[in-house]
Design a protein around this ligand. Structure first.
Ligand SMILES: [Zn+2]
Length: 429
């Protein structure tokens, strides 16, 4: 069945231009044609590629609906577990509704394994690859590598178990970090994650600073000193300003946030509360989570300054949010990220690229997402204003065309309610 959208303005993020007054034909989830419209009125409808959140933690299946309802059709999951691979397959096969999931394997950390506080040993599911790598997984979602050989093994496990990229964490020692990055290159998969403390000039001697990974998560790890090294290595960056704003800058007191929180599934809120408690208890027990003393947390203003400077240097930026972590409401988080990037003074096109084509490019995927052209998959949003002129236009999504499906504004809102009545959600594991 052919659908024709008549007389729309197409945001070509890849070309930084707008095709005004076009007709767009879709068939079977694919764009089959686009051409200047015969209509002689000026169009006030804009269509633009749907969003990618380049840093999420899928904590339960309800998250999937929330991302879609906020215009997010691709998520990069940062702490991969077997359930994520299953959801990914089910979504691709059309058996489950949700965004395209690109997922890391278990987080590879040194010792002490920083993330142990969120680990969930009890619900451990296994993959076929577990048998071939008996000592790699520390528990679900975490691998500990305190030697280069263990690091390499964890990378091979990640690939063999079917995950798409490697996620690393703070306590990796430098020789292990090097081994992980080298092995990943050999295996043809990317390395994403926290910059290890052992390579961070804010923590160790400046001469020790090093960036080898493909993507660095969190602007907090980037200093003026590190910027040039990052640029030289051509690493991309997800600044995750939403996480900064929600966890450290009292955004939680604002009305819109409270309203969104109220609408989330109570089970998720309960889960957030529990993991916050876990963190607090761990802090009280003064458990040494970090091998090196972390630097003092800096202000959001300083993050903004550094981000603006990175934009000027031509850094490849992506919109990651840490969605799914404590209080970081999936989907809502991306809209907070958009506003924060604007507050940092970034150009609208920079933000539009970060939201759409950059993740696709960085991760070397060729799904055609992020671009509206002939033969590309149907994966775009309908807006009533031009986001290149006013980025706030992205907050008012009139509709989502996603594969063979269309969701109008009301249906997008309905998606958020879907899981709410359920007493049992499937949590990750
Ligand atoms: Zn994260």
């Amino acid at each position: 069945l052919k659908t024709i959208l008549k007389n729309v303005n197409i945001i070509k993020v890849d070309k930084k231009e707008i095709l005004r007054g076009y007709d767009l034909c879709m068939e079977d989830g694919k764009i089959v044609d686009l051409y200047p419209s015969a209509a002689d009125t000026v169009s006030d409808t804009y269509i633009m590629p749907a969003f990618a959140d380049s840093h999420v933690h899928l904590i339960c299946e309800d998250n999937l609906n929330w991302y879609l309802s906020y215009g997010v059709t691709t998520v990069y999951n940062m702490m991969g577990m077997p359930s994520h691979l299953r959801w990914q397959q089910e979504i691709r096969q059309g058996k489950r509704l949700g965004p395209e999931i690109i997922t890391s394997g278990p987080v590879i950390d040194g010792t002490p394994a920083y993330l142990v506080s969120v680990a969930n040993e009890a619900s451990r599911q296994r993959l076929a690859a577990d048998a071939a790598y008996p000592d790699v997984l520390y528990c679900n979602g975490i691998a500990v590598a305190d030697t280069p050989e263990k690091g390499r093994k964890a990378v091979r496990y990640t690939k063999d178990a079917g995950y798409q990229f490697v996620k690393i964490y703070n306590n990796l020692e430098k020789d292990v970090y090097r081994a992980v990055c080298e092995e990943a290159e050999k295996q043809g998969i990317l390395v994403t994650g926290h910059l290890p403390d052992s390579c961070n000039p804010d923590i160790v001697e400046t001469s020790e600073a090093e960036v080898l990974q493909n993507v660095v998560e969190h602007i907090t790890f980037i200093s003026d000193e590190l910027m040039n090294i990052l640029m030289k290595n051509r690493s991309a960056l997800s600044p995750t300003l939403a996480a900064e704003k929600i966890i450290f800058n009292k955004l939680t007191e604002e009305a819109f946030y409270q309203e969104a929180l109220e609408a989330t599934n109570p089970l998720i809120r309960e889960q957030w509360k529990r993991s916050m408690q876990k963190h607090q208890e761990a802090a009280i027990a003064a458990r040494p989570f970090r091998k090196y003393a972390p630097p003092k947390r800096r202000s959001l203003k300083e993050d903004y300054r550094l981000l603006k400077k990175l934009e000027e240097l031509g850094a490849v930026l992506m919109t990651g949010t840490d969605g799914g972590l404590e209080g970081i409401i999936p989907g809502v988080s991306l809209h907070i990220e958009i506003d924060a990037m604007k507050e940092a003074g970034l150009d609208s096109w920079t933000i539009l690229e970060a939201l759409t084509i950059n993740p696709e490019k960085v991760y070397g995927l060729s799904t055609g997402k992020g671009v509206i052209e002939k033969d590309a998959p149907v994966d775009f949003l309908v807006l009533k204003r031009n986001p290149a002129e006013e980025i706030e236009a992205l907050h008012d999504i009139e509709g989502l065309y996603y594969g063979k499906q269309f969701f109008d504004k009301g249906q997008l809102l309905e998606l958020r309610k879907k899981g709410k009545e359920k007493e049992n959600l499937e949590f990750n594991g």
